[in-house]
Design a protein around this ligand. Structure first.
Ligand code: GLA
Length: 371
């Protein structure tokens, strides 16, 4: 039995570093996808090969955290998390031989790696979907997303929130996904910049992005500490007065970002619901300023791209994803796209930085069967 599925990377329109604070996020799927072709075998092993890597990687089907490192750990993590789920639900008994006995996995992808566009979630979700299909597990999409997230959190060991895998599984073409990370409720919010003669540019700065570095975990811990000092379960419940009462200036800044960012998601959603996509720019830029000044996850390459885009007439611009490098998004009038691109390129050129990659994007579909 062979099954092939694709799953996309994502851009987060707004709602950054709030998913692990029970907050609201608004990502959409990119047209760039990772495709996994999975063939069931009975070899006892999983062999993974990728068009981008010379040597296939092989590991045992009963792989455990720590056994596999590097890019194939994301695949191994899905196998591990799915094995665990199957054993808990008793799916793999003799009457219904649904367990993983051996696999061949072929990966191809056009999601840029290390750019903050969730290439790892795309990889995890494509493998999880293909396995769900091949093994006839009939898991629903949120469950597949949680298998993929377990791979990331508990196998690879990166303590990310729920956004990326749910975006890859649940996004729909033409819409951003409003996800309440407390209740896990979702709503599709129409996002069609082209309808208003606008373009959303993605600017990949090519600046280093290492999510497994300590900064991401540090921010999470700071948020938890701020919530604990306020006697709250999470910063979702904090109000601005409570934030102002925090006497540690760093915790106060971190918490202020979270509280104001969740409010900006509400604002952007109501503006989009009112059909006024041209009016979201100010919220995007305010989000960037908050991530730069209060949450302190921006870097110079991101700030320069945002400033150069705004100077050339972009209606709003912000870093997207975890930060410390990666991508900026800029909302521009169609007539200004050339000038915004030129302005960002010139700013990079002046500093002798590697030229950014810049492309227009629109919301694409979530995970789907592929050829
Ligand atoms: C990464 C994580 C997400 C989220 C973002 C920041 O993409 O995987 O869970 O925390 O950073 O918004």
């Amino acid at each position: 039995m062979t099954s092939t599925w694709s799953a996309p990377g994502r851009v987060n329109l707004i709602g950054e570093h709030v998913d692990y604070n029970d907050g609201l996020v608004l990502p959409f799927a990119l047209p760039m996808t990772t495709t996994a072709r999975v063939t069931l075998t009975s070899s006892g092993n999983v062999t993974v090969c990728s068009a981008d890597v010379d040597q296939p990687v092989t590991f045992a089907v009963d792989v455990e955290p720590g056994d596999v490192t590097g890019w194939s750990a994301y695949v191994a993590g899905v196998v591990w998390a799915l094995n665990d789920l199957i054993s808990q639900t008793g799916e793999a008994d003799d009457a219904r031989p649904g367990g993983i006995r051996g696999l061949e996995v072929e990966i191809r992808s056009d999601v840029p790696v290390g750019a903050g566009l969730s290439s790892s979630a795309a990889l995890e979700c494509s493998v999880a979907c293909a396995l769900n299909d091949a093994l006839e597990l009939r898991l629903d999409r949120p469950t597949i997303a949680s298998v993929a997230r377990r791979a990331e959190n508990d196998f690879v060991g990166v303590p990310t929130g729920a956004m990326d895998q749910l975006a890859s599984m649940l996004c729909q073409e033409g819409y951003a996904l409003l996800l309440d990370c407390r209740t896990m409720e979702t709503r599709q919010v129409s996002f069609d910049p082209g309808h208003a003669d606008l373009t959303l540019l993605v600017i990949d700065t090519h600046a280093g992005h290492e999510l497994s570095g300590s900064e991401y975990g540090d921010r999470r811990k700071a948020c938890e500490a701020a919530a604990a000092r306020l006697g709250l379960g999470s910063l979702r419940d904090a109000d601005p007065d409570q934030v102002a009462s925090l006497d540690d200036p760093v915790l106060q800044r971190r918490a202020r970002h979270v509280v104001t960012e969740i409010e900006r998601v509400h604002e952007v959603v109501s503006v989009l619901d009112a059909g006024r996509v041209q009016d979201i720019g100010g919220f995007l830029t305010a989000s960037h300023e908050s991530l730069r000044d209060d949450f302190e996850v921006s870097v110079e390459e991101l700030d320069v791209a945002v400033d150069a885009a705004l100077a050339a007439g972009a209606l709003g611009a912000r870093m997207t994803g975890a930060g410390f490098g990666g991508c900026v998004i800029a909302l521009c009038r169609n007539a200004d796209v050339g000038e915004v691109e030129a302005s960002v390129r010139a700013a990079y050129d002046q500093r002798d930085w590697v030229a950014p990659s810049i492309w227009p994007t629109t919301p694409a579909q979530g995970a789907a069967p592929a050829l």
